[in-house]
Structures are given as C-alpha cells and as structure tokens.
Ligand binder design. Structure first.
Ligand code: FAQ
Length: 315
C-alpha cells in the first residue's frame, strides 16, 4: 500500500471515531506525540507521589493515613498503566525513565511545589486532582486506544481522590480558627499553580492544533482551564473560603467566571527546572531508582531461574 493509502485509512479511523491500536499504521509524528504526552503523564503520576508521600507519616489520624496511603498507591498504579500504554508505541520503559531521571522529559509543573501543612493534602486532592480529572475525562475519548482505556480506570480513582480532598478541607473549614486559617492558606498557595497544570495559553500552545486534529486532545488548554475555574469558584463557597484572585467574577454575558492574569514567567521557570522543588524531586526519583537496582536484578535472576527450570522439565 502507498503511504497515501495508509494515511487515508488512518485519517478515516480518526474521522469515524475508531480508535488507533498499537499494530495499526500511524504517522510517525502521531506516534511521537503520543509517546511524549503519555510518558510525561506517567512521570507526573510517579513524581506526584512525592509531595503527598511527605505526609503519610504525619497524617493526623489512622483514617487519614489509610486514605492517603491508598491514594499514593493509586498514583503509582496510574503511572504503571501509562508506561505500559506508551510501551505499546515502541518506547521502552527504561528509555522513558532514563529521560525523566536525566531531566530531559517533562512532568507536570504542579509537583514542583512543596506541601507545607496538612491542609495541603486536602488542597492537592481538591484542586490538583480536580484539575487532573477534568483533563483526563477528556482523555477517556482520546484517539489512541490503550491510552483511552487506561484513562477510564484512572478517572474513577481520581474522582475518589478529589472528593476525599474536598472532604478533608471541609472538616478543616469547620474547625478551629487555626484550622480555618491553614485551609485558606493552602488554597491560596495551590490555586495559581493548579491553573498552570492545563498548560500555556492556547496562543502559546505548540502542540494543541495538531493534537486536536488527531483527536488526541478534545478540548484546548484554555477551554479546560475555564471549565475548572467555573467549577471551583462555586465549590469554594461551600467551604466558606475564597480564591486568591480579586478579578474572579461571574460574567453573565459569557456565562463563565472572568479571572486574573496567570504568572506565565513563573510557569515557564518551573517547567524549565527552576521551581521550588524540581531538584529535590529528581534527586528523590534517582535515589529510589538506584536503591531499587538490586530488586530489579533479583527479579530478572528469578525469572531466568524459573524459565530454565521449565526448559529442563520440558526436556
Ligand atoms: N507542566 O503545547 P502544549 C495528575 C509543556 S496528572 C509541565 O500545550 P500539550 C495526577 C508541554 O509538555 C497531571 N510542562 O502541550 C495526580 C509542551 O512541552 P513539550 C498530569 C507542561 O502536551 C494528582 C509545552 O509545555 N496530567 O496530576 C505543562 O499539547 C495528584 C507546550 O504546551 C497530564 O499529563 C505543565 N503543566 O498540552 C498525581 C495529562 N503544560 O512536551 C499525584 C496529559 C504544558 O512539547 C497527585 N497531558 N507543558 O516539550 C496533557 O493533557 C497535555 O500534555 C497538557 C499540555 C494539557 C498537560
């Protein structure tokens, strides 16, 4: 078949909402874009365990500790499904992990901020998982089959994460004056970085146009960001808290909330590796990988031993 025929079959599938599967022909740029996005998404889940892991040993009760452990374990699982999904496109897990550890691959900017108080666990659940889930509900309909299917389960778990975060803040918001202040402080610090999770403005987004054409993305960065703001601006009222944006105001004409300017210099600075915790996060991942070498070696040795025994039995 000519390349034009293959391109036509590929495009027909996209147009007719038929998922692209690992063994299907696909343009090289489609493959690369998916590997880039899925692996960065996987890295985000894995690095995303660090800010929360920080609080497992300091959770205020057994119940909160159990919830937090379950959530952090879920993030590990998400990372693993996503790496598996990217592997179906021909990239090896070792390569992807090496790119993360060397600083070559990106991961979500949000995980380069510190978690300073217990209320941050609530704010991360409510705002960070809340932003993640809006983006991921869209990705359940992404055009690459293994990515879309991984997203369905991930979204179910993220939805629990967001609700537990909100509930945890709700308890603080009804607590002592100190607890209320801690809740408001966490919201103040996580609000703007959460908005940055959706990526640069559409006018600055280098990948969006092509990704929308290929239906990898179904909504643009700005569309999802606006949807998130509209949702959170209402939910914050239930907490009796405020969002740190004086310009946040319902616009009756647009039927959306207007909001203030995001600090894009801060965003790019964090993406380039200069956020408050970038170095700390990469150092923690590299250390865990190095210290896990013996586990990987033992697993390989055990698998070889088992295979040998099977061969001997068969002989
Ligand atoms: N941080 O052209 P665009 C989670 C980069 S999961 C860092 O608009 P695109 C779960 C972008 O890669 C959170 N870099 O890019 C959890 C590109 O650079 P490149 C992660 C960013 O791909 C919760 C450049 O800027 N979710 O939180 C960011 O079309 C709690 C230009 O941008 C996903 O990864 C950023 N925020 O759209 C875990 C979802 N934004 O690669 C633990 C999947 C942009 O060309 C605790 N990803 N960049 O060198 C996506 O949907 C997309 O990749 C976007 C960016 C929307 C993130």
């Amino acid at each position: 078949m000519s390349i034009q025929d293959l391109e036509k079959i590929f495009q027909d599938k996209i147009d007719n909402e038929i998922k692209i599967e690992p063994k299907d022909w696909m343009p090289e740029a489609y493959r690369k874009t998916n590997i880039r996005q899925i692996s960065q998404h996987a890295h985000s889940e894995i690095v995303g365990m660090l800010p929360e892991g920080n609080w497992i040993s300091r959770a205020p009760s057994l119940k909160r500790k159990a919830i937090l452990i379950a959530k952090v374990q879920d993030e590990a699982g998400h990372g693993l499904y996503l790496y598996s999904s990217a592997e179906t496109l021909g990239s090896s897990r070792d390569e992807m992990i090496a790119d993360l550890h060397s600083g070559k691959a990106k991961y979500s900017s949000i995980f380069n901020y510190p978690t300073l108080t217990w209320a941050d666990m609530g704010a991360v659940g409510w705002l960070v998982d809340g932003a993640a889930i809006l983006n991921q509900v869209m990705l359940c309909r992404t055009s690459y089959g293994p990515y879309a299917r991984a997203m369905v389960r991930i979204c179910k778990e993220e939805s629990f994460h967001q609700r537990q975060g909100f509930e945890s803040l709700l308890v603080l918001s009804r607590g002592t004056a100190e607890q209320k202040a801690m809740c408001q402080d966490a919201i103040n610090r996580w609000w703007w970085p959460s908005l940055m999770m959706f990526g640069p403005k559409d006018s600055e987004s280098t990948n969006s146009d092509q990704s929308m054409k290929w239906k990898i993305k179904r909504k643009t960065n700005d569309e999802l960001r606006q949807q998130f703001i509209d949702m959170i601006a209402e939910q914050v009222k239930v907490l009796g808290m405020t969002l740190p944006d004086e310009k946040l105001k319902w616009n009756e004409e647009r039927k959306h909330y207007d909001f203030g300017e995001i600090n894009w210099d801060e965003f790019w600075n964090v993406v380039k590796g200069n956020g408050p915790c970038n170095k700390q996060r990469l150092a923690a991942r590299n250390k865990a990988h190095d210290e896990g070498t013996w586990v990987r070696e033992a697993a390989i040795a055990y698998a070889e031993k088992k295979a040998n025994r099977k061969r001997q039995e068969a002989a």
